[in-house]
Ligand binder design. Structure first.
Ligand code: SF4
Length: 331
């Protein structure tokens, strides 16, 4: 039953998700289930467009899926699957590749960034990343994609490719639009960069309460506050920002006590860690329970892939027909 339309989101399989992923994206994916038909994919193939360890990939896919389920993705009403389990997406990406000018792809900023970051890994898959992303979305004729402002150019490219297909072969795909989130950009423990696993400035959702305290204690605060008696500037302190998420009813007190030097940073961080542990306790409990039921998680993914392939199969039959590819003989 269609609700307000279909949403697609791909989640890179970087392993255990962190607070930044949770606040910036996962919470929103969970909320969108109320209003939309959602299709969520653990995008393992996207993950290998940059260097990867084969020995870790499978584990990372699994950890990502556990985090999504524990956070509240409901497989009864949402399709959750692993990207490579729906191979139709690769066929569609290849076919879209025939109508996507190379110049559209090489001008993408993230492509240029990745070329700089991984000069020895500039390959066909990397330049084709936005085509695969387009295929992911339009394979399900999704109309909404939850993205942050920074991903808007990718989505614009997906729209351009969908439009081009429609122009060449007749109206087939709806244009996917951004479902912009109001989620905050979550800074890492360094207080400067976006929270990220690769920068090791993150807190894993699944961290134990003790690990959480330990990590929060390393957070950089107001650099001018070199002594306990010097008033702080909460507006430049990421611990203060995070209190908004995890201790919203304490924000005013934190502000007042920090700016009047009534509280020290250690106690402030302890309070934040307690808030994180409190908010994440139900998540952690569910995750532990799911980790002990691998058969159930496998069933969820098998069922998700099967449901995804039904939609994908219909789309691909239409695409092949419109592009003039001969139907398979003997059917
Ligand atoms: Fe930041 Fe809290 Fe220290 Fe103020 S008291 S600088 S808000 S950690």
């Amino acid at each position: 039953m269609t609700k307000r339309g279909r949403v697609f989101a791909g989640i890179r399989c970087t392993g255990r998700q962190h607070l930044g992923n949770y606040l910036g994206a996962i919470q929103n994916f969970v909320a969108l289930q109320e209003e939309y038909d959602c299709v969520y994919s653990a995008v393992d193939i996207h993950t290998i467009t940059t260097p990867w360890e084969p020995g870790e990939l499978r584990e990372n896919v699994w950890e990502t899926v556990l985090d999504l389920l524990a956070a509240g993705i409901e497989p009864e009403r949402t399709i959750l699957y692993v990207q490579s389990h729906v191979p139709e997406v690769l066929e569609l990406a290849m076919l879209l590749g025939m109508i996507t000018p190379l110049g559209w792809l090489t001008r993408v900023t993230t492509f240029k960034d990745k070329v700089r970051l991984h000069p020895d890994h500039v390959n066909y898959g990397l330049v084709g990343y936005p085509v695969l992303m387009t295929a992911d979305i339009i394979l399900y004729k999704a109309t909404r994609v939850p993205v942050g402002e920074d991903q808007q150019p990718h989505l614009e490219l997906a729209r351009e490719i969908a439009r081009r297909f429609n122009r060449l072969f007749g109206e087939t795909f709806p244009e996917p639009h951004a479902k912009l989130t109001e989620a905050p950009v979550v800074l890492g423990l360094d207080g400067v960069n976006k929270m990220s696993k690769s920068l090791d400035n993150h807190i894993e959702l699944v961290a134990t309460p003790e690990e959480t305290v330990e990590r929060v204690m390393t957070a950089v605060t107001d650099p001018q506050r070199t002594h306990r008696h010097i008033p702080g500037r909460p507006e430049v302190c990421n611990v203060y920002s995070l209190h908004h998420q995890f201790n919203p009813d304490q924000v005013e007190v934190v502000y007042e006590e920090c700016t009047t030097a009534k509280r020290g940073c250690v106690e402030c961080k302890q309070q934040l860690a307690d808030g994180i542990n409190r908010v994440l306790a139900p998540f952690r409990e569910r995750r532990q329970e799911l980790a002990g039921r691998p058969n159930y998680v496998e069933e969820v993914l098998a069922d998700g892939a099967a449901r995804a392939r039904v939609i994908a199969g219909e789309t691909m039959a239409e695409v092949r027909d419109k592009m003039g590819l001969p139907a398979a003989y003997g059917h």
